[in-house]
Design a protein around this ligand. Structure first.
Ligand code: PBG
Length: 321
């Protein structure tokens, strides 16, 4: 035997010096769910150990994240039903929950990178990511609102906006408005290859944002498609995206690899709510070793080519690193 591959696996010290990929706190973006009220920390039923916070408690949560070395957050808000309409009017309220959440985080931890979700669904009486007319999701009127929403988040202090809606041309529309208003350093992390996935179920519970009719297949991508992900992503970069994203994670690592090899901007992956819930459920039953499977999954996402990972496991993971 001339070559023995097992030789490099003999001890942990040796394995660690030849390891090709490792996780660090710098890899993560932490999704945060925010609600109105005071002293609220509600566990999301389908996402064990994940919570919605009111602003007063959010302050403490972001301090804790910062102390763990987690330096970026992605903010989502749960909007009261009475404020929802077809056009997402509340999304533009300068004193809306998102705008106040951004200010609260920046006041509490000024160094935190604050990214905001930009989409109509949490604000929409139909639970869709766009304006509905005659049962259809209209594109161009929606991108106008998304641009105004982005501007409003940036004015509140957001560093990055993260459009998660999958309308055509929204990156251009957002970028042009931000430039025109002189917010030249505001970043855009585009959900550029976002699939019409069944893994978003628990997230829709968390925000009470499930579509009231139909599904999201006329705007989110068909899970069967690969080339289309590249086309979407290249277009978003042309339109001014700074970071592109693939979503969900595990089932789409081939797409992550394709995109990592094709583009020069950072690539993010969103390990979504259903991926989180699956592991929580299996480990509660004693069927999977939670921490080991979590780290294996996150490492696989990184190995596939992710530069950043938005994950509900971020806090659990960094505690083990
Ligand atoms: C909505 C949005 C969704 C997620 C992020 N932004 C759900 C959807 O498209 O219905 C899903 C995130 C997750 O499942 O963790 N614009």
């Amino acid at each position: 035997m001339l070559i023995r591959n097992r030789r490099l696996r003999t001890t942990e010290a040796l394995r660690s010096i030849v390891r090709e990929n490792s996780l660090t706190p710098d890899d993560f973006i932490v999704p945060l769910f925010v609600v109105e009220g005071t002293n609220v920390k509600e566990e999301i039923a389908s996402m064990p150990n994940y919570y919605r916070y009111s602003l007063d408690l959010l302050k403490h949560e972001v301090k804790e994240l910062w102390d763990l070395g987690l330096k970026s957050v992605l903010v989502f808000v749960k909007v009261p039903d009475e404020l929802k309409d077809n056009k997402g009017t509340e999304a533009l309220n300068p004193n809306g929950l998102m705008q106040r959440a951004v200010k609260t985080i920046k006041d509490s931890v000024p160094g935190m990178l604050v990214m905001t979700d930009v989409a109509l669904d949490p604000y929409s009486s139909y639970g869709h990511d766009g304006i509905v007319e005659k049962g259809e999701i209209v594109n161009d009127a929606t991108t106008e609102v998304l641009a105004k929403m982005s501007l409003s988040h940036v004015k509140a202090g957001a560093d990055f906006v993260a459009p998660s809606d999958m309308m055509d041309g929204r990156i251009k529309c957002i970028r042009e408005l931000l430039e025109r208003e002189n917010y030249v350093n505001a970043g855009i992390m585009s959900y550029s290859a976002k699939y019409a996935s069944a893994f978003y179920g628990p997230f829709r519970d968390a925000l009470d944002s499930a579509p009231g009719f139909g599904d999201k297949k006329t705007y989110q991508m068909d899970p069967s498609n690969r080339k289309e992900a590249l086309r979407e992503t290249l277009m978003d970069i042309e339109e001014g995206a700074d970071i592109v994203m693939v979503k969900p994670g595990l089932c789409y690592l081939d797409i992550v690899r394709d995109i990592r090899e094709a583009v020069q901007v950072p690539v993010a992956v969103y390990q979504v709510s259903g991926e989180y819930s699956m592991l929580k459920a299996a480990s509660e039953k004693g069927w999977l070793d939670h921490d080991a499977v979590m780290l294996e999954q996150l490492t696989a996402i990184k190995r596939a080519g992710a530069n950043v990972i938005a994950s509900y496991f971020a806090k659990d993971a960094v505690k083990l690193l």
